[in-house]
Design a protein around this ligand. Structure first.
Ligand code: AMP
Length: 420
């Protein structure tokens, strides 16, 4: 026997039952995001590798070791997109939209790719729902974006959520802080975890994120970024916090929250779900006031977030299932070859009348067809045989009770149309 072809590691298939949940979540997303004036953008899955090197950062984990990168047939270095912000900004710059109506409010959803060790909730092809506000310095939109997220999560039925918020300051504040942090950490290098030792040279701010117990102890006494902020950055942060207060969104100031992507400036935030056990983030975001300029565009301050859709869905409350639309509850069944074409036509007429229906031809006999109907969760089977053809009626069988009754086809169609 020929060998089977397995799925690529870290990828998944979504069968109709799963897809129905994903589609419903996406419908809620589209509805909520539209209410805030966002429009959908669809960017390519493939980008030049350089885009992510210049934006996410050469020393970030993502670019350093997690990208699916390859040379195309002409030797161009390409990567499957590992995140969504850089492609959106690139597209915006490419299209020359700096003078369009600003701010631009864009959202996206789709697959992203990172070469990570597959584990619970982490995949190599995963999915993000993200939104960006391009060309607004905040701070009101910072809070508005978080409010939109909370509304979206609320509409999905998520309850156990916490907003963690911090500021990483502007580029100058961060540089000051980087120096102070290095001055403190360098003499303690030997006591740091291996990961943090590596980051000391490449991306010292990321050490603040470390969960290694030894690191946490050292970091407890480390200089704080908040003490190195410019007045402007501090004022921005205070105003974001005040705006969240106005909206009665409880946010926890988290001085050690720094995100793994280099382009963040000022506001950074995560929303974590207690339902995930380890209080894992389902969404991360922040300002990236310098990114567009770094990618050759105008100096337009911007902010965005990305939700991990896989995790979002894995943690949906059980009640959400009740909102998933069901498949057809009705079947048209042809009994005998002569009924095949009339059954095909009847099924189409039922759909024309606005109802969903599954058609079952005569090929495998009544018993097997009824068993199939049961497995599909069909409630009513409309049976069409020789007698019915002669009289313009169908026999309707209730699959639960087994009861049967005759229905005049014309009347059935009229009543279906009425219930629309
Ligand atoms: P990031 O783009 O790293 O800020 O991630 C944003 C969100 O995407 C995270 O909070 C995760 O929920 C989700 N995410 C990132 N990488 C993966 C992955 N490999 N598999 C599943 N979800 C992911």
């Amino acid at each position: 026997m020929a060998q089977t072809v397995r799925a690529v590691k870290g990828t998944r298939v979504f069968w109709p039952r799963d897809s129905a949940v994903w589609t419903e979540v996406e419908a809620v997303c589209r509805r909520v995001f539209s209410a805030y004036g966002f429009g959908e953008i669809r960017t390519p899955v493939l980008e030049h590798t350089e885009l992510f090197v210049r934006s996410v950062g050469e020393n970030s984990d993502i670019v350093g070791k997690e990208m699916f990168s390859f040379n195309d047939r002409k030797g161009r270095a390409l990567s499957l997109r590992p995140e969504g912000t850089a492609p959106v900004v690139r597209a915006f710059v490419d299209a020359g939209l700096a003078n369009s109506a600003l701010p631009a409010r864009l959202y996206y959803l789709g697959p992203f790719f990172r070469y990570e060790r597959p584990q619970k909730g982490r995949y190599r092809q995963f999915h993000q729902i993200g939104a960006e506000i391009l060309g607004d310095p905040g701070p009101l939109v910072d809070a508005e974006l978080i409010a939109m997220l909370m509304r979206f999560f609320g509409e999905l039925g998520h309850r156990n959520l916490e907003v963690l918020i911090n500021t990483v300051g502007d580029a100058a504040s961060r540089e000051n802080y980087r120096k102070a942090l290095l001055k403190y950490l360098r003499p303690r290098t030997a006591e740091l975890s291996e990961d943090s030792q590596r980051r000391l040279e490449t991306n010292p701010l990321r050490i603040l994120d470390s969960k290694a117990p030894g690191d946490t102890e050292i970091l407890a006494a480390a200089p704080q970024l908040i003490d190195h902020l410019s007045d402007e950055s501090r004022d921005h942060f205070d105003r974001v916090v005040a705006a969240l207060d106005t909206l009665e969104i409880p946010a926890i100031r988290s001085p050690r929250l720094v995100r793994g992507l280099d382009y963040y400036t000022r506001t950074v935030f995560e929303i974590v779900s207690g339902d995930l056990g380890a209080l894992d983030a389902i969404v991360g975001g922040g300002r990236y006031d310098d990114l567009m300029q770094e990618l050759g565009g105008a100096a337009l301050p911007s902010i965005g977030f990305a939700i991990g859709q896989d995790r979002l869905i894995e943690t949906l409350p059980a009640e959400f299932a009740a909102r998933i639309p069901e498949g057809p509850r009705r079947m048209v069944l042809a009994i005998g070859e002569a009924a095949a074409m009339p059954a095909l036509k009847l099924a189409e007429s039922i759909r024309e009348a606005g109802s969903a229906v599954v058609l079952e031809g005569p090929r495998r006999g009544l018993r097997k067809s009824l068993k199939y109907a049961h497995r599909l969760g069909i409630a009513e089977v409309l049976m069409l045989g020789d007698d019915e053809l002669a009289t313009g009626i169908v026999t309707s069988r209730d699959l639960d009770s087994g009861e049967q009754k005759s229905l005049v086809i014309a009347e059935l169609l009229a009543s279906l149309e009425e219930t629309q």
